[in-house]
Ligand binder design. Structure first.
Ligand code: NAD
Length: 502
């Protein structure tokens, strides 16, 4: 693709950024004047100072969104579509700059950041196309006396909250359908990665988004800012991506005003390698499902169940691939594995690995925390992980592949009950976002697709995320879907008009 971006050009891009709040089309400091520092996780170096909003700023932002809702809802679908399409093109034109900023604040290698730019931009193109396809329905009552005319309307001012792990795509996945549907919004990006969101805000302005439609608030006190919004009665919808823990708080707050919710929460993905799997493909798949974003993805393969008939071959090949990965600063083009996002994240991963090792697991690579600057943890493969180990019940959110054997040591050609066994293991979790399975047998694939308690299944693939697909989970992984044809529905209310037939 394009040439390496040097840290200098990332810093240049960041130094040109607006770092205030964005309310009513204006960049404005927090009323208190407070600011907070954004750091580079690879070096600990400060990158920028960003406005630190409080509840008063939050109130101002939501009031602005509410004031603009009626006018924005009255714009034509084509007008909204064209803004999104222009923003898609601007993101692609500035892909290198956005990737450099994202890598600097979040740590992922530049190649991954560029991948996220393309993925994130695609939500705008997808919803540019959806904006002009919002449908309705018409029927006649059974007695023939009345028309039932069903139309869709924007739900109203929305609260959008995103995590740090995909700083661009989690934003475009929410802002895209909100714009397409005709909703105004307040948007709070994660405090660890606000810079990509601020760059995105500049791009939307350049694309012609009218003042007051998108209002962006950065803060180190999300409970105060979001609490203000949730309790205001002015917002009609909250779309949240983040941890199940915070999602539950928001669901409780949403109940007070019966607010619509979309919740994209945590995961604990099973990755199943059956006895008849193509082992090389399964290793390719787990490298994606486990190592994308250094394992810091809700879709990350958290529990890798491998049939005993193929476990030795799988473990050896996976260990070879993990050992060969180049760990370093994501801004260096050679880097394949960047730092974790903050020191706390490394503490958590290291503690989970120690617990698994204490309970009898082995480590065929990695497993020890390195010294030195930056929040690094090495690619690690753990074998014979005890099903009671803490990492089986916690999102690891790090580059640790935990292998759990199932089935018997024979070749699995007879029905040995291993598929039932692994389905029970996989479903033994309160989460249900995604599951992956590798098998050559279509009936086994069908059985796993049906019985895994998840919102998404990858059969012989380690990547399910796509703007054209309905992303989301069941159980404690969330409510609602983002992307695909369902994505825009989350931002639309149904209105039925009854009219007598003359
Ligand atoms: P987090 O829940 O700590 O934070 C997410 C967002 O919520 C941030 O913007 C944060 O500032 C805000 N927040 C924190 N406390 C809040 C409060 N009391 N009230 C309102 N907002 C609050 O999650 P994180 O650490 O940023 O992200 C990692 C989590 O996100 C993981 O659990 C991961 O699985 C999940 N995630 C889910 C998806 C998905 O689509 N299902 C995608 C990416 C990440």
């Amino acid at each position: 693709m394009t040439a390496t971006i040097s840290p200098t050009s990332a810093n240049q891009a960041i130094s040109r950024l607006h770092t205030d709040l964005f309310i009513g089309g204006r960049w404005t400091p927090a009323a208190s004047g407070a600011r907070f520092t954004v750091e580079n996780p690879a070096t600990g170096a400060p990158l920028a100072e960003v406005a630190d909003a409080d509840a008063d700023d939050a109130r101002r932002a939501l009031q602005t969104a509410a004031d603009h809702q009626t006018d924005w809802a009255a714009t034509s679908p084509r007008f909204r579509s064209e803004i999104l399409y222009r923003a898609y093109q601007l993101i692609m034109d500035r892909a290198d700059e956005i990737a450099a900023v994202m890598t600097a604040e979040m740590g992922k290698p530049l190649a991954d950041a560029r991948g996220e730019v393309a993925y994130g931009a695609e939500f705008f193109r997808w919803f540019a196309e959806e904006a002009v396809r919002i449908g309705g329905d018409h029927t006649v009552t059974g007695d023939g006396n009345n028309r039932i005319v069903v139309s869709k309307q924007p739900v109203g001012p929305c609260i959008l909250i995103t995590p740090w792990n995909f700083p661009l795509a989690m934003g475009t996945r929410k802002i895209g359908p909100a714009i397409a549907a005709g909703c105004t919004m307040v948007f709070k990006p994660a405090e660890l990665t606000p810079l990509t969101a601020l760059l995105l805000t500049e791009i939307l302005t350049e694309a012609g988004l009218p003042d007051g439609v998108l209002n962006v608030v950065t803060t180190t006190d999300p409970a105060a800012v979001v609490g203000e919004w949730m309790g205001s009665g002015q917002a009609r919808k909250v779309s949240f991506t983040g941890s199940t823990e915070v999602g539950k708080i928001l669901l409780g707050q949403a109940a007070e005003t019966v607010m619509r919710t979309s919740m994209e929460l945590g995961g604990n993905a099973p990755f199943i390698v059956c006895a008849d799997a193509d082992v090389d493909r399964a290793v390719d798949g787990v490298m994606v499902a486990k190592m994308r974003n250094m394992g810091q993805a809700c879709t990350a393969a958290n529990r890798i169940f491998v049939h005993r008939a193929v476990i030795d071959e799988f473990t050896e090949k996976l260990t070879g691939r993990m050992r060969a990965l180049v760990v370093g600063d994501g801004a260096d083009d050679a880097t394949q594995v960047g730092p974790l996002v903050e020191a706390k994240a490394v503490d958590k991963v290291a503690t989970l690995v120690v617990d698994a090792l204490d309970r009898g697991a082995g480590a065929t690579c990695g497993g020890t925390r390195p010294d030195g600057p930056g929040h690094f943890y090495p690619p690690t493969v753990l074998t014979d992980v005890d099903p009671d180990a803490d990492l089986m019940h916690t999102e690891i959110f790090g580059p640790v592949a935990a292998i759990i054997p199932f089935g018997s040591t024979d070749d699995g050609s007879e029905d040995d009950g291993s598929i039932d066994e692994v389905i029970a293991l996989a479903n033994n979790t309160p989460w249900g976002l995604v599951g992956y399975a590798y098998t050559r047998d279509i009936d086994t694939a069908d059985l796993l697709s049906t019985r895994l308690e998840v919102g998404m299944v990858g059969i012989n693939t380690g990547l399910v995320s796509n703007p054209a697909a309905p992303f989301g989970g069941v159980k404690q992984s969330g409510l609602g879907r983002e992307g695909g044809r369902l994505g825009i529905e989350e931002f639309l209310d149904v209105k039925y008009v009854s009219r007598p037939i003359p």
